[in-house]
Design a protein around this ligand. Structure first.
Ligand SMILES: [Zn+2]
Ligand SMILES: [Zn+2]
Length: 263
């Protein structure tokens, strides 16, 4: 497969500032460059030829996807953050810089979000038959914007391990090759125990247009926990919960107050 047909896109928009900061935080740890994963390294390990580009290149009007076959995005951090090189050294993680930057002033706030033009380009690429592979953070940045009313995110999940299984009828789907089976065939005994790691703050996925989406993997365990949570968060349950919490807090306060008086 020619390398120029498979394109991997990484966040390159913090690179300059990270370079200016010397690449290291105050504690010597490497500065996070906004890429949660590095698909290019996986493809290299698998001996799959590919071309690595930055988001800034994809954003350019002159960059065309017309002659490409496959477009793969690293999961990357696209929210607004302060990218002042001096401040980067203070907090090694871009994520921690969304709300409060520890730098004193001169904050250089930017977002690495793809432009609407780039989103349009991606949509056109897929409509023409191109393959697009994205990761969880890209649901919000790319999927929801390029393919409206198909898949959306709801709340953000806490990190955890959940049991997964192939969606009904998808057991032999080639995309699931080696997820549940071994190179020698199905290992049925392992299916119920295969687990998926949900990273902290992953978007919960809601499928709006079921005709356009083929679900490959499901997690009844996660669905169940979400249902329980939704019930728990219904207004009356919430009020009861708050009430119980208040009742639990009051004795504690009284005890503290009593302790104070005694001393
Ligand atoms: Zn940045
Ligand atoms: Zn700052």
């Amino acid at each position: 497969m020619p390398a120029d047909k498979i394109i991997v896109v990484r966040n390159d928009e913090c690179d300059e500032n990270i370079k200016k900061a010397g690449g290291k935080a105050y504690d010597g740890s490497a500065l996070f460059d906004g890429n949660f994963d590095h698909i290019q390294d996986v493809l290299t390990t698998l001996n799959i030829p590919h071309t690595l580009i930055g988001k800034s290149e994809l954003d350019k009007d002159t960059y065309s996807l017309d002659d490409k076959w496959i477009l793969i995005f690293n999961s990357n951090f696209f929210f607004e953050h302060c990218c002042n090189p001096e401040h980067l050294k203070l907090a090694p993680n871009l994520i921690s810089r969304v709300d409060v930057c520890p730098g004193p002033n001169n904050h250089q706030v930017h977002s690495t979000k793809l432009s609407d033009k780039a989103i349009k380009k991606i949509r056109h690429f897929v409509e023409e038959g191109g393959y697009l592979f994205t990761e969880h953070m890209n649901i919000q940045e790319i999927i929801e914007r390029a393919f409206k009313k198909v898949i959306v995110h709801t709340r953000f999940l806490r990190g955890k391990l959940v049991k997964i299984q192939p969606a009904s009828g998808q057991e032999q789907n080639p995309y699931l090759k080696y997820v549940f089976n071994t190179p020698y065939g199905w290992d049925l005994k392992s299916v119920p125990s295969v687990q998926w790691k949900i990273d902290d703050e992953s978007p919960n996925i809601r499928i709006i247009n079921k005709d356009k989406v083929t679900v490959l993997i499901v997690s009844p365990e996660l669905a169940m926990s979400q249902r329980v949570k939704a019930q728990w968060q219904s207004p009356s349950a919430f009020r009861q919960h708050q009430f119980r919490k208040i009742r639990a807090v009051i004795p504690q306060l009284m005890w503290r107050k009593a302790g104070f008086f005694i001393s």
